[in-house]
Design a protein around this ligand. Structure first.
Ligand code: NAP
Length: 286
């Protein structure tokens, strides 16, 4: 069997077109959806990510403002700036790019963001809302994975989903979203005794580890859906995922590539969350 590819680039394009249409509709009502991005320090990867976020937003008609601060910024100054953005009615989404400099407490900073503007979905209130099935913002990466499953028309009800990884931003919210779709969910992590025994039972595997070849062909049930969140570099320095793509695609029914899979979907879902924040604000303030 050769797996069908789930094309994250193509799906993200569709999502961006939908966001652009809904943004135009809001603008016609005099509302400009706006995202404020805060970057502290000069981490090279963060500079690239924030630049993408601004460009993606601008291309879909959202307004994105990047505020850059030196790594020496005091935590109290950052908290004061977030407080001002929370109170600014023209700002719908606030994103603080992680990682922050060591002298800052990331949890404290993220939790200073008003939950209704937490478009990254990292606030503890957002995590709680997802846990109990209330409206809130879902973290962009697992949200993008769910959209990929929706796009192939995959019905998760009663299926066994195995999530490899339990981080607060990918693995745990992923598991909650799959559970919300009525899958039976197993969460694996570094202390899992027999990962292969778990993944061989899975109808859906989501790999979110950050290590190459965590999932190989012998670990996958024929026909399973395999979603690769990982971002690693191979020996030639090329971007690759956690999944042995060439081997696993011979066994799986569906598979996401790296690059061109979850990455573009993560970027697209930030736009969706930002637009959603603006639409909700517009509803609550006629
Ligand atoms: P993380 O915080 O480092 O979490 C990694 C998880 O993998 C941990 O829960 C860890 O278990 C588990 N793990 C480590 N070794 C394992 C093993 N041998 N077997 C089973 N589980 C193992 O990473 P993250 O932030 O969730 O990100 C995961 C990967 O996704 C990274 O490559 C990251 O770059 C990528 N990522 C991609 C996107 C995207 O847009 N494509 C977005 C976010 C993240 P313990 O909890 O026991 O330590």
């Amino acid at each position: 069997m050769t797996a069908q590819l789930i094309d994250g680039n193509a799906l993200a394009r569709q999502i961006r077109a939908d966001v652009a249409g809904r943004t135009a509709a809001l603008k016609a009502r005099g509302i400009q959806p706006a995202l404020s991005i805060i970057l502290v320090g000069d981490d090279p990867a963060s500079q690239v990510y924030t630049r993408h976020k601004v460009n993606d937003s601008t291309e879909t008609g959202l307004q994105a403002t990047l505020e850059r601060y030196p790594a020496t910024l005091a935590e109290s100054e950052l908290l004061a700036r977030i407080d001002a953005l929370n109170r600014d009615r023209a700002v719908h989404g606030i994103l603080v790019q992680l990682p922050l400099p060591r002298h800052m407490d990331s949890s404290k900073v993220i939790e200073a963001i008003a939950p209704e503007k937490d478009v990254d979905g990292f606030h503890v209130a957002s995590a709680g809302a997802l846990m109990v099935g209330r409206p809130g913002f879902w973290p962009c990466t697992p949200y993008g994975c769910i959209k990929m499953l929706d796009a192939i028309g995959y019905d998760l009800k009663g299926k066994h989903a195995v999530v490899i990884g339990r981080s607060n931003i990918v693995g745990k919210p992923m598991a909650m979203m799959l559970l919300g779709k009525n899958a039976t969910v197993t969460i694996c992590h570094s202390a899992t005794r027999d990962l292969k025994a778990m993944t061989l039972q899975a109808d859906v595997v989501v790999a979110a580890v950050g290590k190459r070849n965590v999932l190989t062909a012998d670990m996958v049930k024929p026909g399973a859906v395999v979603i690769d969140v990982g971002m690693n570099r191979n020996d030639e320095g090329k971007l690759c995922g956690d999944v042995d793509f060439e081997g696993v695609k011979q066994v799986a029914g569906w598979i996401t590539p790296v690059p061109g899979g979850v990455g573009p979907m993560t970027r697209a879902m930030l736009l969706v969350n930002t637009l959603e924040a603006a639409e909700r604000a517009a509803q609550s303030r006629p």
